[in-house]
Design a protein around this ligand. Structure first.
Ligand SMILES: *Cc1c(COP(=O)(O)O)cnc(C)c1O
Length: 368
């Protein structure tokens, strides 16, 4: 889909904030640790190409979820290492070799399929994924990892890394985290070959379990200035949210007591009121459960009244504002701020989902 440019709704991405956030993290972890920026899902909605190009000088590589996301970066001219975190189809291996994209190997059955199809893996770089308790993808025993590494190396692949992923690094309770860490270390101890890169740290692990940083980190949510725990754990150092979602009033009217607003007539005004309309709705990622939440107009919180439509929302204004008056959905206006975490709490979800769901219809505007 083409972004709708001729509308005031836009996501303003502050690239220098992302740069600042990475520098903050770099200054708090050992220098020799490789810093990989996780830019999957269009850099959590911030724009993978623009973000990756901007931060390229200060990171060692990029992580994405699939080969199409990796190819997008290669086509944009990015030449640093790119690791695909998920399972790829075996059919993409020649493309991965050609474009120097690193694949994750997560199981023997997959490797078997690959070797049946292609016995020469020269030029392929892989990282081995260990499932230490997340239960999603990865090897669950040292014996299987040994066999996988042996077969990969036998076929000419370069096993550059081995990694795991924590399920609960953003929680107060650390029992599951510790169990996963022990399991990962146990599996590592059973290997006869240790790949040069051993990594286990996502944002939360980097922030709150710094003793667990091995020799690479995979930084996602935190580089966008978001707290991966929401409000559960406090950030040990300052980061700046990089994304601001804004729009403007395109229609303003007065309604009388008893008038309805929106689909289903779920809102009935109990007095004379001023209603403003904003050109953004659930097709932009402003989901229907945002009804009752606020937007910011002229430094004031104004409630979304009536249902969220596909392309529009309606808000109750304290007075009549002229057309074109700016509206902030995520960000600050005067002394008031709405964060992605505030939005997530209203929806019963996490800030990750809020920024990822801002759809392609919303243009990303970059400033630095
Ligand atoms: C998404 C992802 C990350 C990044 O997680 P954040 O919490 O955003 O830092 C790291 N590792 C893996 C395997 C992932 O899937």
């Amino acid at each position: 889909m083409k972004a709708s440019l001729h509308r005031p709704s836009q996501a303003v991405v502050d690239l220098s904030a992302i740069y600042f956030n990475i520098e903050q993290i770099i200054s708090h972890i050992p220098e020799e640790v490789e810093k990989w920026a996780v830019v999957k899902a269009n850099a959590y909605g911030h724009g993978a190409v623009a973000v990756s190009k901007y931060i390229d000088p200060i990171v060692d590589g990029f992580c994405v979820s699939n080969i199409d996301e990796a190819l997008e970066l290669r086509e944009a001219g990015l030449s640093k290492k790119i690791l695909i975190l998920g399972v790829s189809e075996v059919a993409v291996v020649p493309l991965a070799i050609e474009k120097e994209i690193t694949l994750t190997v997560a199981g023997l059955e997959w490797l078997e399929l690959l070797l049946n199809r292609q016995s020469d893996l020269s030029g392929l770089t892989v990282h081995i994924k260990v499932d230490s308790g997340m239960g999603r993808i990865g090897f669950r025993s040292g014996k299987e990892v040994r066999e996988a590494i042996h077969r990969l190396q036998g076929a000419g692949a370069f096993v550059e890394g081995i990694f795991t992923h924590f399920a609960t690094a953003d929680e107060i309770e650390t029992a599951n985290f510790s169990a996963q860490l022990s399991r990962f270390k146990e599996i590592l101890s059973e290997l006869d070959f240790l790949p040069p890169l051993v990594h286990a740290s996502n944002s939360a692990t980097t922030l709150w379990h710094s003793e667990t940083i091995m020799n690479a980190v995979r930084l996602g949510d935190i580089i966008y200035g978001l707290n991966p725990s929401g409000r559960v754990l406090e950030l040990p150092y300052e980061v700046k949210p990089a994304l601001r979602l804004e729009s403007a009033l395109v229609h303003v009217k007065e309604i009388q007591a008893g008038a309805h607003v929106g689909y289903g007539a779920t809102y009935t005004s109990d007095s004379q009121q001023i209603i403003g309309t904003i050109p953004l709705g659930y097709a932009d990622g402003w989901t229907r459960d945002m009804q009752g939440f606020d937007v910011l107009v002229d430094g004031q919180r104004c409630p979304i009244v009536g249902r969220v439509s596909m392309d529009q929302i309606t808000v109750r204004l304290p007075r009549a504002y002229p057309l074109g008056t700016p509206v902030v959905l995520i960000g600050n206006s005067g002394a008031e701020t709405i964060t992605a975490t505030d939005v997530a709490e209203k929806r019963g979800t996490i800030n990750y989902e809020v920024v990822c769901l801002i759809s392609d219809r919303v243009p990303r505007i970059y400033k630095d």
